[in-house]
Design a protein around this ligand. Structure first.
Ligand SMILES: *[C@@H]1O[C@H](CO)[C@@H](O)[C@H](O)[C@H]1NC(C)=O
Ligand SMILES: *[C@@H]1O[C@H](CO)[C@@H](O)[C@H](O)[C@H]1NC(C)=O
Length: 420
């Protein structure tokens, strides 16, 4: 008997101590507080465990295997950006076609310069934004040096999207690898972005070697992606995210030299639309509209006026009809995500025999950054609690609220207008 049947046999019996046929990812602990950079940019790591975890990840990356690592926005599925074979594995691990560009993560300006043509002059607006927001949650589009950056990264576009993350584990990993790392969010096709190592493990654990665990992500939504390479001089926000539009506008006003024209900041789908771009997305994160949990999500509109012909429903009657639709399980488990001081947050959910409420708070109205940090975690936790449907209350599109609503709209299967 050859080795195959034996291995198969043991694997299917799940005998403790024997090697299973399917290996699960190993979670390697990392302590971000043990990592620092000296003013001259030299990396120092005081925890031996963290150093060892990072070194294991670097070896794995260099042998062309993807590794999951924490960033301040969400967990990323990383691979050597300049190696087409390594970066192609990102797509097969995530289970999506290689038709969307990937963000390249760098840890220094020198690394950025390796990716772009030698004769490209970085615009003033970019310099100002990078000075304030790098390292951090801002991704900028640059012209790409196509003899360096593989087309699997750019999706055949002339541009490359680059970001310098601020999470110390991410920066340490890129610095030790000494090469740019491409990394989309570490979720499989169609699921929300992971903000903890545990989320990643549950989603992709059987498809990976290593997950670096650096704790929960501070920002919780992906980076803001901007394109400032336009002929009209505008800065176009292709994907709202961790860095708010308000802050981008403020920094441009405050920091651009006096002789420089202050560019207009335009948000895609709010201030302009681009059908060509929407049909063939050239930017990370634009393509997949529905990265939703496996349960239906309804956006409850409580602020925006309804479109003509739509009459808002009273919240009580809306909620009572939830469980009376044919084929709904009884009791129906309903996840409700809301801001604590919003109309829905201050409303007392009615006691109904046929409904079990699962509440998830998104923080106060005054600080939408909390909603950003909690959104994906909320969707994933409610899903794991086994809810049949999720209701998310509309939040105002200011500051981080813009990025939150952008993600909620992608996750939602429908919108309902209600009044409380
Ligand atoms: C692209 O990078 C290569 C290698 O560094 C360099 O030789 C070449 O001049 C660069 N191309 C452009 C257009 O700058
Ligand atoms: C993973 O999630 C992000 C945002 O949550 C989304 O942009 C992306 O499309 C999702 N990935 C896939 C492959 O669905």
């Amino acid at each position: 008997m050859g080795s195959f049947p034996r291995k198969f046999w043991f694997g299917s019996l799940h005998i403790a101590g024997l090697r299973p046929t399917m290996t699960l990812a190993q979670i390697l602990k990392c302590d971000p507080s043990s990592v620092s950079f000296t003013p001259s940019g030299r990396l120092e790591i005081s925890s031996p465990e963290t150093l060892q975890s990072l070194q294991t990840a670097v070896r794995h990356l260099k042998s062309r295997h993807p590794v999951v690592f924490p960033t301040e926005t969400v967990y990323g599925l990383g691979a050597l950006a300049l190696d087409p074979i390594a970066s192609s594995l990102i797509f097969s691990t995530k289970g999506r076609p290689a038709d969307n560009p990937l963000i390249v993560h760098v840890s220094s300006m020198q690394m950025l310069h390796r990716l772009i043509p030698n004769d490209f002059t970085i615009p003033h607006s970019y310099r100002v934004l990078m000075t304030r927001f790098w390292p951090g949650g801002l991704t900028l589009l640059f012209p790409s040096n196509s003899s360096i950056v593989p087309s699997v990264i750019t999706a055949q576009q002339p541009t490359v999207a680059v970001r310098m993350p601020s999470h110390l584990i991410a920066r340490a990993l890129i610095t030790l690898t000494d090469a740019p790392i491409a990394a989309p969010s570490a979720n499989s096709s169609g699921t929300p972005s992971p903000t903890t190592a545990e989320h990643v493990f549950l989603d992709l654990g059987s498809k990976l070697g290593y997950i670096l665990d650096g704790g929960p992500c501070a920002v919780g939504v992906e980076s803001t992606v901007i394109d400032g390479l336009n002929e009209d001089g505008s800065i176009r926000v292709l994907r709202p995210g961790g860095v708010t539009v308000e802050n981008i506008e403020r920094v441009l006003k405050e920091d651009l030299p006096d002789d420089q024209h202050i560019p207009r900041v335009l948000v895609h789908r709010r201030d302009y639309s681009d059908e060509v771009l929407e049909a063939a997305p050239t930017t990370p994160g634009m393509k997949y509209r529905h990265y939703s949990p496996s349960v239906p999500v309804t956006l409850l509109m409580t602020i925006s006026p309804p479109p003509t012909g739509v009459i808002p429903q009273d919240i009580h009657s809306y909620l009572t009809t939830l469980s009376s639709t044919p084929n709904t399980p009884s009791p129906t488990r309903v996840g409700v995500m809301f801001l604590t001081d919003s109309p829905l947050g201050t409303y007392h959910l009615p006691h109904l025999n046929s409904v079990e409420w699962h509440r998830y708070e998104l923080g106060p109205k005054s600080d939408p950054s909390i909603a950003a940090r909690r959104l994906f975690n909320g969707l994933l936790s409610l899903e794991r609690e086994g809810v049949h449907t999720i209701l998310i209350e509309e939040i105002e599109e200011v500051k981080e609220g813009l990025a939150v609503m952008n993600r909620v709209q992608k996750a939602a299967t429908q919108s309902s207008w209600v009044y409380v």
